[in-house]
Design a protein around this ligand. Structure first.
Ligand code: SAM
Length: 262
């Protein structure tokens, strides 16, 4: 990239570039790229991960929003090795890429949760996803029933994906240095093992409602969906709070509410 002056990190694109080679190697090990696999990287930036991914698999796709970085990437890598899509990952149509697809990236923190929800739409085409995210977000994603960190994100991801936190990454691994710790997480679609609420929109609404009033007991927060006599049939204590519930319990609540509405 010698023809270019040094890139100035843009805050609005969440640009914190990885500079620690041990951490970069650790992330590549966690991804475990194998020749011939279809990999798409979200936010390749200055190619810290991209270079090693291409070395391992031969060629990859990447989605980068920053035009200046796209120019650097297309200058460094021939199109046979790197197909750069200059686009907002929030709007990109992942079904245009081959499947099964592995999705990876050191995600821009400002849009990490919306990107996760967006990628849920492509669950059937994805074999796995390995991301670096804010540690606090990964802790929420992985939080089990009963954990304080459990929230809407935990339930909405865990009923679809196996979620494995791999390791933490300190702020010193980046330039510029971010204010928060990061973690690596792997999401693997559960496929046939996935829970199937009878109405996924209703399920999502109920999960949202329960966590938006997380300090309240379910009999209050979900009063619009479950009548006082319903809790026994569902098998969930009406005095429980949202964070105590498994994904299965939320499915039981939403299936019961659907049946009552019918
Ligand atoms: N992968 C590089 C690394 O690890 O050093 C850069 C990571 S940096 C945290 C996030 C990258 O995502 C930046 O290159 C940024 O320009 C890009 N980005 C930010 N928002 C994006 C979006 N909506 N769609 C695609 N790329 C985006």
């Amino acid at each position: 990239m010698s023809d270019f002056s040094p890139h100035r990190a843009r805050k609005r694109f969440g640009q914190n570039f990885l500079v620690d080679q041990n951490i970069i190697n650790g992330i590549i090990d966690a991804i475990d790229p194998i020749a011939g696999q279809h990999i798409v990287e979200i936010g390749p930036g200055q190619a810290a991960l991209t270079r090693k991914l291409i070395h391992a698999v031969g060629s990859i796709d990447a989605i980068e929003i920053d035009r200046d970085l796209v120019a650097r990437l297309t200058h460094e890598f021939p199109v046979e090795k790197l197909r750069v899509h200059q686009a907002d990952a929030m709007e990109f149509d992942f079904s245009t890429l081959p499947s099964p697809l592995r999705v990876v990236g050191n995600l821009p923190y400002n849009i990490s949760t919306p990107i996760l929800f967006r990628l849920c739409e492509y669950e059937d085409r994805i074999s796995d996803m390995t991301f670096m995210l804010q540690k606090e977000v990964v802790d929420r994603m992985a939080a089990a029933a009963g954990d304080d960190a459990r929230g809407r994100l935990s339930v909405m991801l865990q009923y679809r994906f196996k979620i494995e936190k791999r390791f933490d990454v300190p702020p010193t691994a980046f330039k510029p240095v971010p204010a928060v710790d990061s973690s690596i997480v792997r999401l693997t679609p559960l496929g046939d093992q996935r829970l199937r609420p009878k109405d996924e929109t209703l399920f999502a609404r109920i999960v949202n409602e329960a966590f938006s009033q997380r300090r309240k007991m379910l009999r209050k927060s979900l009063a619009a969906w479950v009548s006082p006599d319903g809790w026994e049939a569902i098998g969930v204590a009406p005095t429980a709070r949202a964070e105590e519930l498994t994904c299965e319990a939320f499915v039981a609540i939403s299936d019961w509410a659907l049946a009552r509405r019918a």
